[in-house]
Design a protein around this ligand. Sequence first.
Ligand SMILES: Nc1nc2c(c(=O)[nH]1)N[C@H]1C(S)=C(S)[C@@H](COP(=O)(O)O)O[C@H]1N2
Ligand SMILES: [Mo]
Length: 161
Amino acid sequence: MSQSLAAAGRAVVPRAEVVVAGDLARPSRLTVADLLAWPQHAAAVSFDCSTSGVQHHRFTGPLLHDVLSAAGPGFDPARRKDRLRFLIAVTGADGHHALLSWAEIDPDFGCARVLLAATIDDTPLDRAGPQLVLPRDRCGARYVSGINSLRVDGGYGSWTR
Ligand SMILES: Nc1nc2c(c(=O)[nH]1)N[C@H]1C(S)=C(S)[C@@H](COP(=O)(O)O)O[C@H]1N2
Ligand SMILES: [Mo]
């Protein structure tokens, strides 16, 4: 391939982006390359799919909690009760979505080691987009792939005392 063709080829390689938005001080757009710059965690998982049976995969990527905490969720971090009204909506490019509670991934509460995976079985997900990884889930349905939106929502009442 000529150099100009190679350059043109690179220019059109789709790079999936995740919109990180909602009740956040620092909303952003993240690529898989951005996710690879975070401290990486690994998970070897098995999950059951109602249509294709049990699957086994190895994923690496940052913790969802690390990425969303850095985006500045709109609660007072010193007040544990304030976090309990926050939801996280995770949406794939095909519209498949799952809701998590903030408390589910918060180290003071459920402390689930949920990853925003940047690789699957040693292959980067930079074209497809990151995948949600929930090592404790028996069922695969919340392993949302091709994530294009992460939305934090604290609209479920307000902290009063
Ligand atoms: N974006 C997206 N992610 C998804 C799904 C989907 O339909 N869309 N299906 C889920 C289900 S039901 C399972 S079991 C796992 C694995 O699905 P796969 O076998 O299609 O890879 O992905 C999950 N993630
Ligand atoms: Mo599934």
